[in-house]
Design a protein around this ligand. Sequence first.
Ligand code: SAH
Ligand code: SF4
Length: 389
Amino acid sequence: MLPDIKSQTAEELRIKFQSWSQSAYRVDQLLEWLYVHRVADWEAMTNLPKTLRDQLRTSFSLYSLELVRKQGSQDETQKFLWRLTDHSLIESVLIPASPALYGEASDRHTLCVSTQVGCAYGCSFCASGLEGLERNLRVEEIVDQVLGVERWHQRQGSKLPVEGGKLEEVEPATWNAQLGSKQRLISNLVIMGMGEPLANYTSLLKALTILNARWGGGIGARKITISTSGLVPQIRKLADEQLQFRLAISLHGATDETRNKIMPVNRKYPLSELTAACEYYQQKKGRMITFEYILIAGVNDGLDQIGPLARLAKRLNAKVNLIPYNKVEGLRWERPAEEAQERFLRALERQKVSATLRREKGHDIDAACGQLRLKTERELGEAAKALIE
Ligand code: SAH
Ligand code: SF4
């Protein structure tokens, strides 16, 4: 299998082009085709000499995700279902600016990105982990989630009216350069789709380096949030990287007892170790940690969690995002009643913790990404398979 062109940094391409005796400006031209025009085809790169295009074609693949379905909802959140070459399905979710969450008022759109097919960590409330890990995503499969959504956006005006809540037929991604535009749709990333990002560390970091680079995706590192269930060694490693990513910890319990019940990873890396790693991250990177806390009825929504949660949040200067649990079919967990959610929030606020509670109702929330999928990948997978077959 050839390496993919979207898994290469500008530096790697420069070295390659040098060995081919090609001028450096040819690399810039190539990068513009890839990351500004987002073409899906070598032939579209009309200002590169044919001999160079042929050389590229025999040395690299040029991979584009195939968009098989898109689901839009009334608040303009859009869910994209992609089919990979091995027929696995993954999804990305496009969320309009939502200052209360990870973004700022000036932000345009946030894309929630997947990093693995399935997940090995088996949190008992989560759809992604139900069937274990299938495989890691490759660099280009992570990078192209951003480019693929932007390709969709480029041609959206003419061909793809968005209907509330309906699954739509979409042609495979075969469009190209003529529709190119310099406008970038996506200003923020949250790495909270399917999979445990830090378990696919090397490919994730390379993909984020490409998406961050000025010659690539142009997305500021501070506008990229990586969510983890708590892989302690990788959190420390991430703290030592140069790029200043934000970190979200899927906490979901403020004591080992509660966390052990729902997150097997806590037996390997209990809260004391997780907290120490977060502290290390915080020292190296500043105030950049968020706790994700999904509220599950009778499991972690008791007021006994408030004290320990407030202590952890204060110690790490972390903000708490409370997310009412999204019911997953086949799993026994339930979302607490609204009063219980509000009570939990107020109790935290009384402890002077900075906290938010997602209050959206109805089906619109299901696409709110990390907060994640009401409609599970599995359900989507089944639905899509039925439609495709
Ligand atoms: N593996 C990483 C990132 C992907 S999961 C992690 O666990 O952080 C992204 C977020 O979605 C996590 O906070 C996860 O706990 C949450 N999540 C999973 N299933 C959910 C559900 N049914 N309802 C609400 N949030 C859910
Ligand atoms: Fe994996 Fe995150 Fe789901 Fe846990 S919550 S099973 S780590 S995707």
